[in-house]
Design a protein around this ligand. Structure first.
Ligand code: 6PG
Length: 454
């Protein structure tokens, strides 16, 4: 059977994914309001595989059921409107695949809404930006019934990124919102990784290192055992010049966002999974909108740290970031009954996506620290604490903020602590509000109130 897909939305991601599908022999029926846009696309692809429509009914009529309709539409109201329209037009057994950055809760609702009409729904997380869409994105698919996705698999397997072991970075999770949840956490990690990199950059430039040196550090990191796409692009950004001027120096420091990082934090709060590195990264973007330039940045060039030590600290911060994100996926999966396999998630992110990194190969053994309380891994990880805390202290003493580094280190220190001071919190709660405490040396199980002022 030939591979046929209906596509709604020809923005940057939609256009590039259309080209990708067509290059791989998938017939694309694209709807767009603008005839000009459709013509432009036709001129850049094999025209025998692209059919353009400015009338959505015509597009639907032209595709033989069961249809696959992929939406590459901005998340939120725009997506909801298209889905409502489609729910009146499609036939039982057709598929709507939402490939936008939709909120997982919306995807859960949409699935149920369409189910009532006998229409299948899949929430599809697509990562890799413009280039990924064009040449191989990581695809995170959430469906109710994994066994029913053969039709989607056939088309989407064609375009998915391939990792170094020749596996497709296309995974299916059982749950309408599961794919978008995994993509949301991917973006939360993306925020933290980007913030961490900008802190590294800040420390290096504050210690008086020139661009060549800083570029070299990111180059080394990109090629190391913890190499990542984000290190790679950073290396390219640092030295980019136009008209003899460094572009980076001309870019406003006000950082924006489209919401997925905030959703990750909200999910963390709702599910009671701490994601402090992501909170720090998000807050840093928010703070960048209202900095008060009063502290003169006393940057006296005394932050001296060699590459090996820097590498060790970065490793520790990044492990912390990824573990926080994976914990959130684990809890989300449990609460929503999605049965997401962490191994699948790690493999899903190995190529195509923005957070792809060799570190994903190391993570299974680090996860063992939790699951099997592996001492070797634990010592390796926590052995770096003096280095990372020294780096943070030196930076802060020189007025260089390190929100993500500090949050990441403190998450590790708290999580692996033998004795948190939270017994004092419990005592205070009981003191002023009779909220009760649990006495660990008492044979009576349960909570008890202490008469603190007697
Ligand atoms: C990806 C990216 C992509 C997009 C972010 C940007 O995986 O391809 O994450 O989804 O670049 O949504 O998000 P912010 O605008 O919130 O930084």
């Amino acid at each position: 059977m030939s591979k046929v897909l209906g596509l709604i939305g020809l923005g940057v991601m939609g256009e590039n994914i259309a080209k990708n599908f067509i290059d791989r022999g998938v017939q694309v029926h694209a709807f767009n309001n603008s005839e000009k846009k459709l013509k432009e696309l036709t001129n850049t692809v094999d025209p025998s595989l692209l059919y353009g429509y400015t009338d959505i009914d015509e597009m639907i009529k032209a595709i033989k059921p069961p249809r696959l309709i992929l939406l590459m539409v901005p998340a939120g109201n725009a997506t909801k409107e298209v889905i409502n329209a489609l729910s009146e037009k499609l036939s039982k057994g057709d598929w709507v695949i939402d490939g936008g950055n939709s909120n997982y809760k919306d995807s859960e609702e949409t699935g149920i809404q369409l189910e009532k009409k006998g229409i299948h729904f899949a929430g599809l997380g697509v990562s890799g930006g413009e280039k990924g869409a064009r040449y191989g994105p990581a695809l995170m698919l959430g469906v109710k019934n994994i066994d029913a996705v053969e039709l989607i698999q056939k088309c989407f397997d064609e375009i998915a990124a391939i990792d170094s072991e020749k596996n497709k970075c296309f995974k299916t999770y059982s749950g309408y919102g599961a794919g978008h949840f995994v993509k949301m956490v991917h973006n939360g990690i993306e925020y933290a990784e980007m913030q961490l990199i900008s802190e590294i950059y800040d420390i290096l430039r504050s210690s008086g290192k020139d661009r060549g040196y800083i570029e070299d550090i990111f180059n080394k990191l990109a090629e190391s055992e913890q190499g990542s796409y984000l290190f790679e692009i950073t290396k390219n950004i640092i030295n980019k010049k136009e008209n003899n001027q460094y572009i980076l120096d001309r870019i406003s420091t006000v950082a924006n966002h489209k919401g997925t990082g905030k959703w990750t934090i909200e999910a963390g709060i709702e599910l009671e999974v701490p994601v402090p590195s992501i909170v720090a990264a998000f807050d840093s973007r928010v703070i960048s909108h209202s900095t008060v330039p009063l502290i003169s940045n006393k940057r006296n060039g005394t932050i001296e740290i060699g590459y090996e030590k820097l590498y060790e600290a970065i490793y520790q911060f990044r492990i912390s970031i990824f573990l926080q994100g994976l914990n959130l996926i684990r809890k989300g999966s449990f609460e929503y009954g999605w049965e997401v396999s962490i191994e699948d998630v790690l493999n899903n992110w190995k190529s195509g996506c923005i957070i792809r990194t060799k570190l994903l190969n190391t993570l299974p053994s680090v996860i063992d620290i939790f699951e099997r309380k592996s001492n070797d891994e634990f010592n390796k990880l926590l052995g770096g604490v003096p280095t990372s805390s020294q780096l943070i202290a030196l930076a802060n003493q020189n007025s260089v903020p390190t929100p993500c580094m500090s949050a990441s280190l403190n998450w590790l220190l708290s999580t692996f602590s033998k004795s948190l001071p939270t017994n004092l919190i419990q005592a205070q709660r009981d003191y002023f509000g009779s909220h009760m405490v649990e006495l660990i040396d008492s044979s009576d199980a349960g909570l008890t109130h202490i008469e603190w002022e007697k």
